[in-house]
Design a protein around this ligand. Structure first.
Ligand code: DGL
Length: 260
């Protein structure tokens, strides 16, 4: 069983990390579109072109299923389009429904953070209209965090300064939940928490996405202990330096990102 996982960059490693925990015996192909990151600040037509190319790349690699480990990319390709491909393609969206279902009874607001493309897109607006009847959510774009993650900076003071500035219009004492609606943001839970005096819940779509993958996977998981991962940056194999950078990101996820 071979599973393709792709993102604009290093955020999707958090989805790969989760997939490896829940489906350890699969082999993975991870594709980071480093030539075109950040997706969250590009035009939809351009993004659609990149995504189609990556899906074809994965199909050529003979994967059995594809995970779009990127909320921004998912919002560019709807379910009916995904169904045109010969293999299952699973996407992800900000976990707004889960946040409302689990925590709206706490009477605290829900902050949904994502990229500008996701925040201004119709897909997220539609989702919020559908699930947030009591108007508990606020949406905020935090493109700067994608840049920090891509530089391998997960905890500098600059991140806190950036977040404080980006969130200065919000009274953070009113919030009980933060939805991490961009896979790059999973690196920054500790930085986010520092902004709040109260403990907040963090929600992302990773586990839900992998559970969905398990539902659609063809039934051919081999009985081996641990699968392999091949990494590509925009179609190219990684240099040694890039490979060790990816490993550094994965170890960071071991520290800040746990699955239940
Ligand atoms: N990681 C991506 C997401 O989940 C997008 C980051 C970017 O390239 O802007 O939305």
């Amino acid at each position: 069983m071979k599973i393709g996982v792709f993102d604009s960059g290093l955020g999707g490693l958090s989805v790969l990390h989760c997939a490896q925990k829940l489906i350890p015996n699969a082999d993975y192909v991870y594709y980071a579109d480093e030539k075109h990151v950040p997706y969250g600040e590009k035009k939809p037509e351009e993004l659609k072109g990149f995504i189609k190319e990556i899906i074809q790349f994965m199909i050529d690699k003979n994967v059995d299923a594809i995970v779009i480990a990127c909320n921004t990319a998912t919002s560019m390709i709807d379910k009916s389009e995904r169904k045109k491909y010969p293999i299952p393609i699973v996407g992800m969206e900000p976990a707004v429904k889960k946040a409302v279902d689990l925590y709206s009874n706490e009477n605290k607001r829900i902050l949904v953070a994502a990229t500008p493309v996701t925040i201004t897109g119709d897909k997220l607006k539609g989702l919020v209209e559908q699930v947030d009847r009591d108007n508990m959510t606020d949406l905020v774009a935090l493109p700067g965090l994608v840049r920090y993650a891509e530089q391998g900076d997960f905890s500098s003071d600059g991140i806190i300064t950036y977040l404080k500035e980006a969130l200065k219009e919000y009274d953070l004492s009113n919030y009980g939940t933060v939805v991490l609606g961009c896979t790059h943001f999973n690196y920054f839970k500790p930085s986010f928490q520092k902004l709040f005096d109260q403990e907040v819940h963090f929600l992302d779509g990773n586990e839900g996405t992998i559970h969905q993958l398990l539902r659609v996977l063809p039934n051919k998981l081999e009985k081996k202990e641990k699968g392999t991962v091949e990494y590509y940056f925009s179609g190219d194999k990684l240099t040694e330096k890039e490979h060790s950078f990816v490993q550094q990101c994965l170890s960071q996820l071991d520290v800040v990102y746990s699955i239940n």
